[in-house]
Design a protein around this ligand. Structure first.
Ligand code: GLV
Ligand code: MN
Ligand code: MN
Length: 414
């Protein structure tokens, strides 16, 4: 597809023709992989591609007031079967996380149409806005707004790195910022939601299987840890009299692996740090670290957070700095309902073979929707086991197995 974003990233995105169509959109020449963030050029190009691709299939595309895109097969109405995922990426992300679910959904619908299937329920493909939270910091922004898991006042006030508010960015995209927020009428229309996604670990590699269903999602949250010190001269300030927030941040980060290892099965990551003002010869006045912490139960995630909080306070005190921790998003542990998974699994493997069920360490819009409607996820094997990085991959054969499984699910459900 023509775009201003240059040649395709060096990934396996061409293993699926639909992904090949968008392989040059949002290529990140500095980080590698893709950077596609809410309403930036790449995201707008992908939204146009989605609209065009879905319209070619005869689907009716609409954008809801929260910025999510819906492509309807049949009149929107009650008990709809909805599938889809997201188009945005993390900074320097892979080609599959998000777009695979959308491309597979469109492909499955196209095949069902061509085969003359006439669904007895409305069917829709959804592209949720800002699942990764890479621009505004809140994961699953579009599905949280839809379900009311994020208060619209808080959403409107969110700011991106350039200081632009979500309200401004939505207004520039032609959406009414006053109208964002819970959409119970739309939510009530969804009877079942199924999200197909590339697996983000090695579960299917170890099982030697191409597809699985999701059993659960680790509870997780994001926090901004802000250390404040005294900005000063790197040469003129003796080591004994510094208030250096970078040292406090580094000391905290260095303790995080041991703190996470102390909470069974938990994970904690600082993937982003910024120093203000950010000069080589300047002791910073402020350092922000963003923490991503996850664990199998909400209590465990909280316990991990409390230990990191204490470590940050200690490190701040030792360095004569202050520290403030702000929650950016919180997603409780999700257990997908057994009956929905069994029903979906029976469509995929009708002769009684079982489809494996795997836990997910990654968050998904399906996890947000699961609190309201029967939801399930289909994972497609990722031979590298790597995700949120350019090495993320799925072979053409496994993508085909995922599409075939989704096609059987849609046929069986509708
Ligand atoms: C999304 O992929 C997340 O788990 O952060
Ligand atoms: Mn992701
Ligand atoms: Mn994803």
């Amino acid at each position: 597809m023509s775009s201003t974003h240059g040649a395709a990233a060096d990934s396996g995105s061409t293993s699926l023709p639909g992904l090949a169509e968008i392989a040059d959109v949002g290529v990140d020449r500095i980080r590698g992989g893709y950077s596609r963030h809410l309403f930036d050029d790449a995201d707008r190009t992908l939204r146009d591609w989605f609209t065009e691709r879905a319209s070619r299939l005869g689907l009716d595309v609409e954008r809801d007031r929260n910025g999510n895109l819906w492509a309807w097969w049949g009149e929107p109405g009650p008990n709809a079967f909805v599938t889809g995922s997201h188009l945005d990426s993390v900074p320097g992300g892979g080609a599959f996380d998000g777009p695979l679910g959308i491309v597979s959904a469109l492909e499955a619908l196209g095949r069902l149409r061509d085969a003359g299937h006439r669904p007895a329920r409305p069917v829709a493909v959804v592209a949720f806005a800002e699942e990764e939270g890479s621009r505004f910091g809140v994961a699953c922004l579009g599905s949280r707004l839809l379900t009311g898991a994020l208060h619209p006042d808080r959403a409107r006030a969110l700011r991106d790195e350039a200081g632009r508010s979500l309200a401004q960015v939505y207004a520039d995209a032609g959406l009414d910022p006053a109208a964002i927020g819970p959409d119970p009428a739309r939510l009530d229309m969804i009877g079942t939601f199924v999200e197909l996604h590339v697996e983000q670990g090695r579960g299917l590699v170890d099982l030697d299987e191409p597809v699985a269903l999701a059993a659960s999602i680790l509870g997780h949250g994001r926090w901004r840890i802000r250390f404040r010190g005294q900005g000063n001269h790197a040469g003129a300030t003796p080591m004994q009299s510094r208030q250096d927030p970078m040292v406090a941040a580094a000391a905290t980060i260095a303790r995080i692996p041991d703190l996470a290892l102390a909470v069974e099965g938990s994970r904690a990551t600082v993937g982003r740090v910024s120093a203000l003002p950010g000069g080589t010869n300047v002791i910073p006045s402020v350092v922000d670290c963003w923490l991503d912490a996850r664990a199998a139960t909400d209590d465990a995630t909280n316990a991990l957070l409390q230990s990191i909080r204490a470590a940050a306070r200690d490190a701040a005190a030792v360095n004569a700095c202050s520290v403030e921790i702000t929650e950016e998003s919180w997603s409780p542990t999700v257990r997908f309902p057994d009956d929905t998974r069994a029903a979906i699994g029976a469509h995929i493997a009708p002769r009684g073979q079982s489809v494996p069920a795997l836990p997910s360490g990654a968050g998904h819009d399906a996890g947000i929707l699961a609190a309201h409607i029967p939801s399930a996820m289909l994972f497609v094997r990722n031979p590298t086991g790597v995700s949120h990085a350019p090495e993320e991959f799925a072979t053409a054969d496994d993508c085909a197995a995922g599409i075939a499984a989704l096609e059987r699910v849609i046929r069986g459900e509708t």
